[in-house]
Design a protein around this ligand. Structure first.
Ligand SMILES: Nc1ncnc2c1ncn2[C@@H]1O[C@H](COP(=O)(O)OP(=O)(O)OP(=O)(O)O)[C@@H](O)[C@H]1O
Ligand SMILES: [Mg+2]
Length: 255
């Protein structure tokens, strides 16, 4: 697809003797949710980390708006508008919502005090309140420590942090894995809201119904290659399971 914002061609990556990605072609456009499925060890998290600049592929190309890029570190991907929500969320329990939203990008007060390291807490909590309000999910005041939040609320904070910096692509590794039914629905609603706002999202999940609920397109990885890449409307769970487990060989049936 030519309108992909972020894409890859023929990505290979090995860890020692283990070939984890074996020629991955992948793409995501603005305003699109791509559900990324595959059995344990298929290479989903590894692919996300290549897109996020955590791992450099052994060969193959990552492209932003069709132009080859080299991400040497996650900040390179961030500068290209690509943010990631990892499964562990990387939140700090003892800090409040505002501090977590600004982790690593704290705003200092203007002038000499700022140069001495004084933080602009009131500006940061104003922006935090705005970011959280935009998500339209049920969240406590931004001064609440993360330790007091539910799983779904934590996920929402991690997503708020990513989306407050990226208006382009957000990669999510199993955003509903640890959540109950109601919280999962909140997070899925949030994903749809962000998509409708024009972001492109890649959502890894083991939960096939969740993937069908939010995805425009579904990609199945198996043994480090793409075995299925279809519009969600054109497929059904049995085909997905077949592609994950190997019954369905698709266009790329090399094993
Ligand atoms: N840093 C690493 N060093 C060595 N091997 C790794 C590393 N990261 C991942 N692997 C291996 O690469 C393979 C793919 O791992 P990856 O985490 O990408 O799978 P996944 O599809 O996300 O699986 P899951 O659904 O269980 O999260 C696994 O065999 C894993 O052990
Ligand atoms: Mg994983």
């Amino acid at each position: 697809m030519s309108d992909a914002y972020l894409s890859t061609t023929d990505i290979h990556l090995s860890f020692g003797a283990v070939k984890v990605l074996r020629g991955v072609n992948f793409e995501v456009a603005r305003g699109e949710v791509v559900g990324l499925l595959g059995d344990n060890g298929a290479g989903k998290s590894t692919l996300i980390k290549v897109l996020a600049g955590v791992y450099k592929p052994d060969s193959g190309t990552v492209l932003v708006e069709g132009k080859p890029v080299e991400f040497h570190e996650p900040d390179d991907a961030r500068r290209a508008g690509i943010e990631t929500v990892y499964q562990d969320l990387s939140l700090v329990e003892t800090l409040d919502v505002t501090a977590n939203l600004f982790l690593g990008r704290e705003q200092r007060v203007r002038g000499p005090l700022g140069r001495l390291g004084f933080m602009d807490k009131s500006e940061m909590s104003k922006k935090a309140e705005k970011d959280v309000a935009e998500l339209r999910v049920n969240l406590p005041p931004v001064s609440t420590p993360v330790a007091n939040l539910s799983g779904g609320q934590r996920q929402a904070i991690a997503i708020a942090r990513a989306t407050s910096w990226s208006r382009t692509i957000v990669l999510m590794d199993e955003p509903t894995a640890a959540l109950g039914v109601r919280e999962s629905q909140e997070v899925l609603g949030l994903i749809r809201t962000l998509r409708d706002r024009g972001l492109g999202l890649v959502v890894i999940s083991h939960d096939i119904p969740h993937v069908f609920e939010v995805s425009d397109r579904i990609v199945v990885l198996r043994h480090g290659t793409v075995h299925l890449n279809v519009a969600a409307n054109d497929t059904k769970p049995t085909e997905i399971v077949g592609a994950m487990l190997g019954a369905y060989t698709g266009a790329n049936g090399d094993d």
